[in-house]
Design a binder for this molecule. Structure first.
Ligand code: FDA
Length: 311
């Protein structure tokens, strides 16, 4: 119930204005967001990389409503990749970028899919030039088909383009089976968007079971699984699956969000696992932050306390 309310709030303009103007919201935001500007995000990536962690940087923003905006988001990513390369972070998969399809135009009233495809292609070209990769995030369920079509089209030229599967969707085991092909980089997450019962599992237990099922398919397949979860039980299952399928530490990776379970991130990296941290940056942090609150209501109390004690 609370999760549903928070996910609705993540799309509300009124709630956005209220929270963004709260004077000390920033202190809390800093726990999850690496800063407003690309150079701040690159500094965080540099620090994480020095601790043996891999990084995927995300420029915050979604639901681009004008073609010009999509072009600007593309420009931002190209500049970001340039900064990562200049900082020496693009080799050996150390820092890559994650892109939301609606940020690069997928939701535009006209030519949305074409605009998103062309903009992601431009970002892929810059990433390849710098020696790194791109992963296309997955958003709400109505965009899944188009997003997978975009990935499939672009993989003709950029075979290392990553995509995301959300275990909360009923279709996801089938999608994983289709995607578990040689070289295919697939990030598996539970899913951060609300979706109706005809397309998504309703309970946490079902979503978790689906995650384990999808993980098994990806780990047994011949692609490169990227297991995005903070869930201790699923992380244990991942290690068992790696053992069963004979995958070495370089043949799959764990992924977690910046600011969530950092000690566990470091523990996995220190134990020799490939551990990637998803690092968002930018001033458009509202929807991202509210989705994080929805995942863990305890964070709501933390957030309220921070606002109360610092104001
Ligand atoms: P779950 O939410 O069940 O949490 C399991 C445990 O992890 C909790 O009990 C708690 O200990 C800890 N935890 C989880 N969230 C926390 C929080 N906010 N604060 C503190 N502790 C927390 N989604 C999507 O729809 N499309 C996408 O493209 C992506 N991309 C993506 C990339 C990466 C690298 C990650 C890690 C996640 C995503 N997600 C995503 C988000 C994902 O779908 C999901 O909402 C969150 O990862 C939370 O789910 P968990 O698997 O962590 O489990």
């Amino acid at each position: 119930m609370l999760r549903r309310m928070l996910l609705a709030a993540s799309e509300s303009d009124r709630a956005r204005k209220l929270l963004v103007s709260a004077p000390l919201a920033r202190g809390v935001v800093a726990r999850y967001v690496a800063g407003d500007k690309a150079d701040e995000a690159v500094a965080v990536a540099d620090r994480l990389s020095a601790s043996g962690l891999l990084v995927s940087l995300d420029h915050l923003g979604e639901d681009t409503s004008e073609p010009r905006q999509a072009t600007e988001v593309g420009d931002e990513y190209v500049a970001l990749i340039g900064l990562l390369q200049a900082a020496g972070l693009t080799g050996d998969g150390r820092a890559e970028v994650s892109v939301k399809p609606t940020a690069v135009g997928l939701g535009l009233a006209e030519h949305g899919e074409k605009t998103a495809t062309e903009t992601i292609a431009r970002i892929c070209a810059a990433a390849r030039g710098a020696g790194t990769t791109v992963t296309v995030d997955m958003e709400e369920h109505g965009h899944v088909d188009a997003t997978l079509r975009i990935v499939c089209t672009l993989r003709d030229d950029y075979a290392d383009l990553g995509c995301v599967i959300q275990s909360q969707l009923r279709r996801s085991a089938d999608d994983c089976a289709d995607l578990a092909t040689p070289g295919s980089r697939v990030r598996l997450c539970k899913g951060a968007y609300s979706a109706p019962a005809d397309v998504a599992f309703a309970t946490r237990a079902e979503v978790d079971r689906s995650y384990a099922r999808c993980m098994r398919i990806l780990m047994r397949g011949s692609g490169y699984p990227m297991l995005a979860t903070h869930d201790p039980r699923l992380i244990e299952i991942a290690a068992a699956q790696a053992h069963l399928t004979g995958r070495g530490p370089g043949e799959y990776e764990y992924q977690m969000l910046y600011g969530i379970r950092p000690a566990e991130q470091q523990r996995l990296a220190d134990a020799g696992a490939r551990m990637r941290v998803y690092v968002p940056y930018g001033s458009d942090w509202y929807a991202y932050l509210v989705r994080r609150l929805a995942e863990r209501p305890a964070n709501l109390a933390f957030f309220a306390r921070s606002l109360a004690t610092r104001s």
